[in-house]
Design a protein around this ligand. Structure first.
Ligand code: SF4
Length: 326
């Protein structure tokens, strides 16, 4: 998950121009904050991730460590076969590690559990977009990120209860009118940016963050071969910097999303030294601006973004899109 930490600890092992997400993850491990883990699977999203596992294995090994080699050209017909083979390889490795087979029935149950989890989160995101006074942007994304590290059985009960409370509150009168914004980027960080947006009259109604809408937007089809269904979901997810679709490029997806959600402006968070985001960040910005949206790009990083500077920029941006000044 990355997180606030002293990035210096990782600098001994990773170049200072590796992104702060990878450096903060490694730094947290070096500080012993991840010793509770039994294992770690690193998806290969970029060059940094490609070398991180080898490095991590050398300096802070965990009992089980593996790469997840995702296909990058997801439009190609060979991608499905390749991904299925990769999922089978990981399943076999996990079975060897735990010393027993993973039954199809367990996978079906897990798929249903995670689908239910995403459905509840999507409902809460929908309620937030309609009544941001009932649940703020900061609260919504905190809930999404919290569920990523909690047991899904427990968190689903909590989400169910939260959903019911929110639905009941819909009957009360409130002021849901705020400036609707789209956010885009690899990862939502720092969360304080959400406070600044709300402080100046905005709310986030759409995004494509890995720890945001991209995490909850698609389900795994139940009832079919579990690995095939998992591969299918992965290949049909919304585009991101590391996995762009030729048939539906990310810039087109973002402009359609902004239109569908009636966003008035867009804030693109760019992690310093995130190479995949560097490749298409400018195209995305231009495409949103051509669509008539006010759009700006902010550079951020884990473990010490300049919050004062970000607040000033958000303040100026919210003035341009007609936000309510305190
Ligand atoms: S995709 Fe970007 S943020 Fe993610 S690990 Fe690679 S460089 Fe870092």
């Amino acid at each position: 998950m990355g997180g606030s930490t002293n990035l210096e600890a990782a600098n001994t092992h990773l170049q200072a121009w590796a992104c702060s997400y990878s450096r903060s993850s490694l730094a947290r491990s070096l500080e012993g904050k991840l010793d509770f883990l039994d294992g770690l699977i690193i998806p290969q999203t970029c060059d940094t991730m490609r070398m991180l596992l080898d490095l991590w294995q050398q300096i802070r090994p965990l009992p089980y460590m593996e790469n997840f080699r995702l296909p990058r050209q997801v439009d190609r017909s060979s991608a499905r076969k390749y991904l299925l083979g990769e999922l089978e390889r990981i399943k076999k490795g996990l079975e060897e590690f735990r010393g027993s087979p993973i039954e199809a029935e367990s996978l079906h149950q897990s798929i249903n559990l995670y689908n239910h989890n995403r459905q509840l989160l999507r409902k809460i995101a929908y309620l937030h977009a309609h009544r941001p006074d009932l649940i703020s942007s900061r609260q919504l994304y905190t809930v999404i990120n919290g569920t990523m590290i909690m047991a899904r059985e427990k968190v689903n009960r909590l989400l169910q209860s939260l959903t019911e409370d929110l639905e009941q509150s819909l009957e009360t009168s409130g002021n849901g009118s705020r400036i609707r914004l789209l956010m885009s980027g690899t990862l939502l960080e720092p969360f304080e940016v959400l406070d600044f947006i709300e402080e100046f009259g905005g709310t986030v109604v759409a995004d494509d963050f890995q720890n945001g809408f991209r995490y909850i937007e698609a389900d795994v089809e139940p009832g079919r071969d579990p690995l095939e269904a998992l591969a299918e979901r992965q290949l049909n997810r919304i585009p991101s910097a590391a996995f762009d679709l030729e048939k539906r490029p990310r810039r087109i997806f973002l402009t359609e999303l902004a239109r569908a959600k009636e966003a008035r402006g867009a804030i693109l968070l760019h992690h310093t030294f995130c190479e995949p985001e560097n490749f298409d960040g400018y195209d995305n910005l231009r495409a949103l601006q051509k669509e008539g949206l006010q759009a700006m790009r902010i550079e951020t990083q884990f473990g010490g973004a300049g919050l004062g500077q970000i607040r000033t920029r958000v303040h100026a941006f919210m003035e341009m899109v007609g936000g309510v000044i305190r």
